[in-house]
Ligand binder design. Structure first.
Ligand code: RFL
Ligand code: PHB
Length: 390
């Protein structure tokens, strides 16, 4: 079989790229290792930048997000027993973020793909991009015990951090940068109203906590835990007790608790692979980079990668030009590194680092104090949080 672009991975990056290509009349095939149900069962990001919302609309998959998503004009930081609001809207000249779950984004994009006749092979095993350093790449995969070959012009590696695309790149050409944090986030979802109408990022001596949401009746909460912690040791009751202790008393009192419908621990990592292009193979989204979730940037970075790659592919097919493809890696990495910096900084600011000593602790407190009392510092947080321009 032959197609123009093979996309490995049916997460948000693969689906968004696929839809923009389909809408532009560029033939593409998505090869996904897992089942559709498994992909839709993952609970991840919750905050979309305006740029990503615009791309969902451009893809024709933004209607439900506009109807059901919750636009937020600010976030709250708590420390030292007090709550401080960062007014994103006023500090950025009118920008907001949209609270709308990644699961819903994925759902909407899958529905759109089905409605427009896009092809996806789920449960494709041993997907393997080949000969992408020459002019005639192809991808092989197995399905129900049969090996298939798809010839193509380009391969987009949208297969996440554990995918095959980055691992297929020649080792000698790939440089990686990494920081692994000595803690993770224990997260739950519960069918209870959120404690606050905006997100709360809490720095507390017992560790970081985040109060987020998926809707007005569905809350998403996280607490910083040591990496060795096991989810089985966290009853719902223990979780609720812990998160309430990390919030100012009057906020904790307002919190509605209830049974969790999901509970898991995610490790925190910063990671960048360079470059993001190897001949006719391109890395997109988590396949090329990971940020710790404190800045809510992972999914949004996947969207900006898709923007650059889609524009480059369109330029190639419409104008027979290589310029966009040649510039993809450098252009994407410039935005990626800024989001890496912001995510690392938010993580350093809001978490407790047990090895930073008393000096490190005092510096963190001074930085928080400066941040909420300086318009310049608050503006810097706000402009990064709503998303830097594409
Ligand atoms: P994904 O979502 O990992 O999708 C990759 C897809 O590729 C498939 N795959 C393969 N398919 C074929 N062959 C193979 N060999 C394959 N290997 C893998 C996988 O099954 C999967 O379907 O990557 P993508 O599309 O690049 O999307 C990235 C985002 O998922 C990620 O950046 C965000 O979830 C990060 N993130 C957040 N980002 C935000 O922008 N805002 C947030 O508020 C936010 N919160 C979060 C987050 C990530 C979290 N975790 C669990 C890591 C909160 C958490 C807790
Ligand atoms: C989430 O709702 O899952 C979420 C929100 C903000 C973050 C990270 C995760 O910074």
């Amino acid at each position: 079989m032959r197609t123009q672009v093979v996309i490995i991975g049916s997460g948000p990056s693969g689906l968004l790229l696929g839809q923009l290509l389909t809408n532009a009349g560029i033939d593409n095939l998505i090869l996904e290792r897992s089942s559709k149900e498994h992909v839709l069962g993952r609970i991840r990001a919750g905050v979309l930048e305006e740029g990503m919302c615009a791309m969902l609309e451009e893809a024709g998959a933004g209607a439900r997000m506009r109807r059901e998503g919750l636009p937020h004009e600010g976030i709250d930081l708590t420390f030292d027993g007090r709550q401080h609001r960062i007014d994103l809207f006023n500090l950025t000249g009118g920008k907001k973020v949209m609270v709308y779950g990644q699961t819903e984004v994925t759902h909407d994009l899958m529905d759109k793909r089905e409605a427009t006749g896009g092809k996806t092979v789920y449960e494709a095993a041993n997907v393997s991009p080949r000969d992408f350093d020459g002019g005639k790449p192809y991808v092989t995969y197995e399905k129900d015990g049969v090996t298939h070959r798809v010839d193509c012009d380009f391969v987009a590696g949208c297969d996440g951090y554990h995918g095959v695309a980055r691992r297929s790149a020649p080792e000698a050409l790939l440089k990686t940068y990494e920081r692994v944090y000595p803690f993770g986030w224990l997260g739950i979802i519960a069918e209870v109203p959120p404690v606050n109408h905006e997100l709360i990022y809490a720095n507390h001596p017992r560790g970081f906590a985040l109060c987020s949401m998926r809707s007005l009746v569905r809350s998403r909460y996280y607490v910083q835990v040591p990496l060795e912690e096991r989810v089985e040791d966290w009853s719902d009751e223990r979780f609720w007790d812990e998160i309430r202790r990390r919030l100012p008393a009057e906020t904790a009192e307002k919190m509605t608790t209830g049974p969790s419908v999901e509970k898991s621990i995610a490790p925190l990592r910063s990671f960048v692979a360079e470059p993001l292009r190897f001949g006719r193979l391109f890395l997109v989204g988590d396949a090329g980079h990971i940020v710790p979730p404190t800045g809510a940037k992972g999914l949004n970075l996947a969207a900006s990668d898709v923007r650059y790659l889609f524009d480059a592919l369109l330029e190639h097919y419409r104008e027979n030009s290589q310029a966009g493809l040649d510039g993809y890696s450098e252009k994407a990495l410039r935005r990626i590194w800024k989001a890496e910096r912001f995510s690392w900084w938010m993580t350093s600011l809001m978490h407790r680092f047990h090895d930073s000593g008393d000096f490190g602790q005092k510096i963190q407190e001074a930085e928080l104090d400066y941040l909420v009392h300086s318009r310049a510092a608050s503006t810097s947080l706000a402009e990064n949080y709503v998303g830097l321009p594409y």
